[in-house]
Each structure stands twice: as structure tokens, then as C-alpha cells.
Design a protein around this ligand. Structure first.
Ligand SMILES: CC1=C(CCC(=O)O)c2cc3nc(cc4[nH]c(cc5[nH]c(cc1n2)c(C)c5CCC(=O)O)c(CCC(=O)O)c4C)C(CCC(=O)O)=C3C
Ligand SMILES: [Fe+2]
Length: 375
């Protein structure tokens, strides 16, 4: 049995569970993976076939699982450096290693109070509640045995996540050489249906909803950091990639490819794409940005550099450990500081019942709260 006294800093937690999206690791995995992702989501068949080709171009293997392995190794090293003894587990929503069996293993290992770190940094149904539904399902069979899970707060506006993005944006500007002076910063994230965007985050909500609000705050903070470092100002925008869904359904815009054409038209000299919506260079980054958007920019004659995602940047890994310690202190009834960048919202630990609404099935149970009864 784990010794709760081993690491007072992380008490009451006795294990850390990394929770991610998952991705195929060989060609035979691609279609079953896509079916897992899109089950009941109304994604057109043609879009699925199209997305399967994105994976084919990379040998049928997404880099995302390897990136989770690297993040786990980096977390282990950071915990060791701080002399914190905390077992690490890892489960995905859509592909092996799946969350369910991993939580079985964790419970069988004698762990009782688990802290979850999601590789998803923003509020929205897709990036928050859907993971919480999966966490609920995975832990529910063990609830009677007293196994519980808490998650850290959404962390995109944590100074550590922003610092990693500032470094990456600065490096990408350096790649542009003299053209950096003319560069526009285009912050990138996953498009989602506008109906999902406006119901993201807790109520009361702004007209745009929490998903867009948080991205704009992070984009502004990264831009300020880059401006401080380079001693000059930069214009920035937020653009979107990876739209799926039927054409009749409105999704967040502008699409990155349309936006690049507009910037070229407006006389912008160069672009840095900064994918703040993703924590690693997985398929949505290496295909949608590095393949498609790069090709669009080439056709337009618009010089482009792509900033790295947070990945295993020390500021990001350090921030995740800080967030775990902060969550642990809060669970012990202390009042830890909750650092956020200027203009950021202080993230909440427990999502309220109406946070990041499930529009298809509002009664589906999720971690953090009892579901509201349908009206
Ligand atoms: C907000 C958001 C994030 C960021 C937060 C987070 O990280 O969770 C994210 C991440 C990712 N999305 C990924 C892949 C896919 N997303 C899809 C579909 C969708 N994503 C959506 C949203 C998001 N997705 C939505 C609203 C849909 C429509 C279907 C639905 O309503 O659920 C589809 C289906 C085909 C298609 O329609 O494109 C695929 C294959 C991968 C893995 C990449 C790899 O393999 O390396 C990752 C990390
Ligand atoms: Fe939420």
C-alpha cells in the first residue's frame, strides 16, 4: 500500500493520473480510433475518410502517445528534483492505454485519492466536460471502495504555460530573421461548434463564452511577454483549425487558411502561428498547421514560422507540478495562491453543474458535480 506520509506536499493525494486524448499507433488503429472519437457526434463520413488520410501520411501513427510518455518522464524528473514521491498513471479517452483499465490498475495498486492532470488546458464541452464524463465513468466502479479523483484547474493562463509559449514565439520570430519586424502573431486553437463555444465555462457567461475568452486572454499575455522580450509591439489575432462537423453547423472562425489569405491581402509581411490551444505537437498541429496551413502560406507567398507547443518545456512541466501541489493544499483546507497571468480568469477546482454544458445529453454524469435535472 502506498505510504501517505511519503510526500506531505502532495497529501492527501497518493497518485497522479495523466489524462489525454489518445491516438493511433499503427495503420490498423486509425479507423477504430476515429470511430471512438466520433461515436454519436454526427461527423460526416467523408470527413472521417479525409482525416484517416492525415494519419496515413504519417505512417498511421499519431505522435500524441509518445508525447504523453515524454511528459510523464519529464514530470517524473521534476518530482524527483523536488523529492516528491508520487506514482504516475496515464489513461486516454480514445485509445490505448484507455482510462478505464488504467483506473482499474490504480485502484488495484491500493491508491485512494487521485489527482488528475488533463492534457487539455481550456474550458469547453470537448476540452473539459467530456473528459470529466470519462473520468466519472472510469472511477464510478471504484467509488464504493473509496477511490476518488480531483482535477487540477484549467491551466492555460498559468504563468508557466504562458512562459513556454513566449519562448516558443520568440524562437519562431528569430527563424523569420529580418521578416520578424513585419510579422503578425496568429494564435491557433481547435475550432468547435459556436453552440459549444457559447456554453463553455461556468455561468454567468460572456457572449463569446469561456473557450474564446480564455484563448484571447492567453494570446494577449503571450503577446505582452514577447513584446517585453523583443522591445517592440506586435499585432495578434486568434484563428481556428481542424473544423469538422456538417457545413450547415456554424463553427468558430476564421479558419487558419482563410485567415492567411486575408492577412496576405492586407499586406502583412510574415506570420508566426502560435498553437496555444494544444499542449503538444500532435496530429492537429503537424497536419492541420505544419502540412495544410504551411502549404497555404507557400502558395500565397507568405513567410510563415510555427511556434512549438508547450510539450516538455521546463516552465510548463514545473507549472503542472505547482498546480498539483496547489490542488493538494486546497484539498487539505489551506488557501494556496493561484497564480494567473494579468487578464486571466482564476480557474476553479470543481466545475459547477452548468460548466461546459453537454448539449446532447445534459443528464450525463461527469466528475465534479451531480448533473442538473433536465428542465
Ligand atoms: C477542443 C478540442 C481539442 C483540444 C483539447 C484536447 O486536447 O482535448 C481537441 C484535441 C484533439 N483532437 C484530436 C483528434 C480529433 N478530434 C476530432 C473531432 C473533434 N475535436 C473537437 C474538439 C477538440 N479536439 C471537436 C468539437 C470535434 C468534433 C467531434 C466532437 O464533437 O467530438 C476528430 C474526429 C475527426 C474530425 O472531425 O476531425 C479527431 C481525429 C486530437 C488527437 C490528435 C492526434 O491524433 O495526434 C486531439 C489532441
Ligand atoms: Fe468546465
Amino acid at each position: 500500500m502506498p505510504d501517505p506520509a511519503a510526500s506531505p506536499a502532495t497529501a492527501p493525494y497518493d497518485a497522479l493520473l495523466l489524462v489525454s486524448f489518445g491516438g493511433p499507433e499503427q495503420p490498423a488503429d486509425v479507423m477504430p480510433f476515429l470511430e471512438n472519437v466520433t461515436r454519436g457526434r454526427g461527423i460526416p463520413r467523408e470527413r472521417l475518410a479525409d482525416v484517416a488520410h492525415h494519419y496515413d501520411d504519417f505512417g498511421g501513427r499519431s505522435p500524441i502517445n509518445d508525447q504523453c510518455r515524454e511528459l510523464l518522464a519529464a514530470l517524473r524528473a521534476e518530482l524527483d528534483a523536488r523529492e516528491i514521491d508520487l506514482p504516475l498513471y496515464w489513461g486516454n479517452r480514445n485509445w490505448d492505454p484507455f482510462l478505464g483499465p488504467e483506473v482499474e490498475r490504480l485502484a488495484a495498486g491500493g491508491h485512494r485519492r487521485v489527482v488528475a492532470v488533463l492534457t487539455s488546458a481550456y474550458p469547453s464541452y470537448s476540452s473539459c466536460r467530456q473528459y470529466r464524463e470519462n473520468l466519472f465513468d472510469a472511477f464510478d466502479p471504484h467509488a464504493a471502495a473509496g477511490v476518488t479523483v480531483d482535477k487540477i484547474r484549467h491551466y492555460s493562463d498559468h504563468p508557466g504555460f504562458v512562459a513556454a509559449s513566449v519562448d516558443a514565439t520568440d524562437a519562431a520570430l528569430n527563424e523569420l530573421g529580418d521578416l520578424a519586424d513585419d510579422a503578425r502573431l496568429v494564435f491557433m486553437t481547435h475550432s468547435i461548434p459556436t453552440a459549444m463555444a457559447t456554453t463553455s465555462g461556468p455561468t454567468p457567461r460572456s457572449a463569446d463564452g469561456g473557450y474564446v475568452d480564455w484563448h484571447l486572454a492567453v494570446a494577449a499575455a503571450v503577446t505582452r511577454g514577447v513584446e517585453q522580450r523583443r522591445g517592440r509591439s506586435y499585432a495578434f489575432d486568434l484563428a481556428f483549425c481542424s473544423r469538422s462537423g456538417p457545413p450547415s453547423q456554424p463553427w468558430l472562425e476564421p479558419d487558419v487558411n482563410d485567415h492567411l489569405a486575408e492577412l496576405k491581402q492586407a499586406g502583412v509581411g510574415a506570420v508566426v502561428l502560435v498553437p496555444i490551444g494544444f499542449v503538444s505537437d500532435h496530429m492537429e498541429v503537424i497536419y492541420d498547421l505544419d502540412t495544410e496551413a504551411v502549404e497555404t502560406a507557400r502558395e500565397l507567398g507568405l513567410p510563415l514560422a510555427r511556434a512549438a507547443t508547450a510539450g516538455t518545456h521546463p516552465a510548463f512541466v514545473g507549472a503542472l507540478v505547482d498546480l498539483v501541489l496547489e490542488r493538494a493544499a486546497a484539498a487539505r483546507g489551506e488557501e494556496p495562491e493561484r497564480p494567473v497571468v494579468e487578464g486571466g480568469a482564476v480557474g476553479w477546482y470543481d466545475c459547477q453543474p452548468d460548466c461546459c454544458t453537454n448539449l446532447r445529453d445534459p443528464t450525463r454524469r461527469a466528475l465534479c458535480q451531480q448533473v442538473p435535472q433536465p428542465a
